[in-house]
Design a protein around this ligand. Structure first.
Ligand code: THU
Length: 131
């Protein structure tokens, strides 16, 4: 299997673990470190809705808390007719840890995927350089 296909499968597998009793909207993510380790994540909701965590942030927080900080790719998947559009909060968190040139693959329920980058997802981003 090609690496990218494996990464997409990892996001889709994590999507199946989504804890979504409230929205019923499953999301998966697979964040790939520079050395090829896959950190997957799903959205995890809470009865206190605002405490819900998105799939992308689950994957990022897993990697960071394991001491990994260098990444080469992110896949985000959703049960959406078109490739999923990640939320603004997650774009900001992704931008904290991933270079603007880093590639991101967006996946929906169809065959068609969308290739983009961290910088395209969050133009004119606020970063540590702005502080
Ligand atoms: N969600 C994500 O996990 N990632 C996104 O980028 C968009 C939104 C989740 C949050 C919530 O559990 C559900 O999707 C509906 O908003």
């Amino acid at each position: 299997m090609k690496a990218k296909e494996e990464w997409i499968q990892a996001a889709l597998a994590a999507q199946k673990n989504a804890y979504i009793p409230y929205s019923k909207f499953p999301v998966g993510a697979a964040l790939i470190s520079k050395d090829g380790t896959i950190f997957s994540g799903c959205n995890i909701e809470n009865a206190s809705f605002g405490l819900s965590n998105c799939a992308e942030r689950t994957a990022i927080f897993k990697a960071i808390s394991e001491g990994v900080r260098e990444f080469q790719h992110l896949v985000i998947s959703g049960d959406t007719p078109e490739p999923i559009s990640p939320c603004g909060a997650c774009r900001q968190v992704v931008a904290e840890f991933c270079a603007p040139e880093m590639r991101v693959t967006l996946v929906g329920r169809g065959e068609i995927t969308k290739e983009t980058t961290v910088g395209e997802l969050l133009p004119y981003m606020f970063t540590s350089k702005d502080l």
